[in-house]
Design a protein around this ligand. Sequence first.
Ligand code: PEP
Ligand code: MG
Length: 590
Amino acid sequence: MEIDKNKIKSQYLLKGVPVSPGIAISKAFVLRGDLVEIDEIAIEDLKIDTEVQKFKKAVTKAKTELRHLQDKVLHRVGEESAKIFDVHKMFLEDSVIIDETINYIKESQKGADYAFYQVMEKYKNTLYQSDVEIFRGRISDLEDVKKRVIRHIQGDRTEYLDKFTGSAIIVSTDLTPSDAVKLGKHKAFGFATDLGGRTSHVAIMARSMGVPAVVGLRTLSRVIKDDDRIIVDGNLGYVLINPEEATIKYYRELQERFYDIGKQLAGIRDLPCVTTDGKEIELSANLEFSDEVGTTKSYGAKGIGLYRTDYIYLAGEELPSEEEQFTEYQKIAEKIYPESVIIRTMDLGGDKQPKSFLIPPEENPFLGWRAIRISLARPELFKIQLRAILRASSKGNVKLLYPMISSLEEVRECNIALENAKSELRKEGISFDENLDAGVMIEVPSAAVMAYEIAKEVDFLSIGTNDLVQYMLAVDRGNERISYLYKHLNPAVLRIIKQVIQHGHNAGVWVGMCGEMASDPFSTLILLGLDLDEFSVPPNSVPEIKEIIRSTDYHEAVRIADKAMEFEKASDVERFMLKVMRQKFKELNF
Ligand code: PEP
Ligand code: MG
């Protein structure tokens, strides 16, 4: 959905990361309460023991409270969200933190709340300074634990959150999982936070609650007041504070359209994704968390074209065991049956740093020890994942995908590892799909150039434009300052995509796309005309893409693609496609 910048006027417009789709328009409830008030009060010698006991009791109370909360979340939201509280419990079981606080009380002769506050602030600063996103992502957990324990030390402090009575958008520096659960009592209309990225807890929570959310807004909570009117655009990542009436009206229309698409779904959800002249296109969904399979189905996706297994590795302290992975993969395969799921082996490294094993700090993590490079260097880890995927494949609806392949040798090594895992399972008498298809993500330029040779070794190719664009154009995909250069309609990118599709077809395999470009309506007709076989998109993009494909004659798409390929500049391709889409899809308001 494209927004018309001329139509949006407000006191502030901030751009963050959209993590849960939809549009919310309401007043803001600003969750300050970050800080529990602490006084640096000196205590007498005789009271030191009392303070230590007070602290210990508070920790025990906090642990009990967390257990109850975790149970509640498990029932209300699901396992994935409930697991988050394991991290909180871990902080409270950390003997270093406990001993350090007790020593602080004894040595400084300060109250228990002050001592715990100081110790936790020290660890918070360490996390802040970390270059590793996943560590920074733990700050909100640490804050949550800090406030919880201090609240118990200080006694019956009125809960800031109790003031929330619903019907508002929650704005906060960050949102801890327990905040979100408390807020769940009275449904929030949306979430907007200063911190966070796609892997942050608020993103997970918002998606499971089906509420629009934008994170990574940096200064939002500082420029907003309670009851300011606010718009959260979870589709494009905008947050508008005190918008003008005309802007609200414009957004209400967009909101209506968003709902309307939802309503239209009922109509096209079960219809095939086929062009007007009968060319069938596979339209599937990308999936990050197993409990979202239902959502992908409700949007009318045909199967899962990319399941990112990375989050299983990022969620816990320990490496996920074969059994844990198998349970997760099998659950998805069963839920999506008879459609299929493409399970991508782990794509860790870069900004995805697991706690369970160390990826040493690197100068250029995105060009470093990532994804398949880790899997091949750590065959014991790779084998566990391959065995788990194979075991989940016994119904015949699982496919395997290797990420970040940059050479033919790597594909061959992967296939050898796969064959080894298969023969082990055969020897153990464990069943799996003997014909399981394996594919390669084409997201590194060298793999794109060698796509024909690579395709000969596998059953399909899936183009990962998120990385392919960044590596082709040498533009960091997460860097705001140079984002004007990050364009998938750049002619260089279009040419390489065309070649990859042709190489794949010449080698006799199908070619799909699971990068964000597949969900950009301005690219759909070009990709269709270039003969892309499969589009795998975020679930809420399925209806729009299906609508475009179902309204188009394949030969018309070929003509459009041919014309688009003649341009020499990204801006010309974009202008051309805008014109085409406006003419062709008046009702979609491009
Ligand atoms: C891609 O690079 O296009 C892709 C789908 O993978 P990820 O976004 O997980 O890197
Ligand atoms: Mg990628």
